[in-house]
Write a protein that binds this ligand. Structure first.
Ligand SMILES: [Zn+2]
Ligand SMILES: [Zn+2]
Length: 146
């Protein structure tokens, strides 16, 4: 466990407890792996890392843990990369916007109030009840443009 993920895991444990969610040991372990990765990580890569920590982890353990973490709002799935990132927002948000750098692979989670409102207005006009939505914006980050 690194210095970066232990405060996050402490927070996640309290967050889950407050919502009646069970952050079991395998779930916490998988969350630690996603946080530590620092960039999008696939379920397959997470399984490989878990394999260095425990003997012969079962793939469904990782998939189920990622499902749970995603529903809890602690990790997000980046559809276009088929990978997961730790949430660094408020966890309760129904929309996610990601800035994905195609050069270095980093992903920044951002919150756009105006975009959120525009989508909300549009869905409301259509009589559509929206659940969760995300925007994945590919491009080049500030660092990579230098
Ligand atoms: Zn988030
Ligand atoms: Zn970049």
């Amino acid at each position: 466990m690194c210095g970066k993920c232990s405060p996050y895991l402490d927070f996640a444990a309290a967050y889950c407890a407050g919502r009646g969610l069970r952050l079991t040991a395998p779930r916490a372990q998988v969350l630690g792996i996603v946080v530590e990765a620092g960039k999008p990580i696939t379920a397959y890569e997470a399984l490989a890392v878990l394999g260095q920590q425990v003997k012969n982890p079962k793939p469904p353990t990782v998939y189920r843990a990622l499902d749970f973490l995603q529903q809890a709002g602690l990790v997000h799935r980046i559809e276009s990369l088929n990978a997961y990132v730790a949430c660094h927002g408020g966890h309760d948000h129904h929309s996610s916007q990601f800035l994905i750098c195609d050069d270095c692979g980093t992903v920044q989670e951002v919150e756009s109030g105006p975009l959120d409102k525009a989508i909300g207005d549009t869905t409301e006009k259509m009589g559509f009840v929206s659940g969760h939505w995300s925007a994945e914006i590919h491009g080049s980050c500030k660092k990579c443009q230098g």
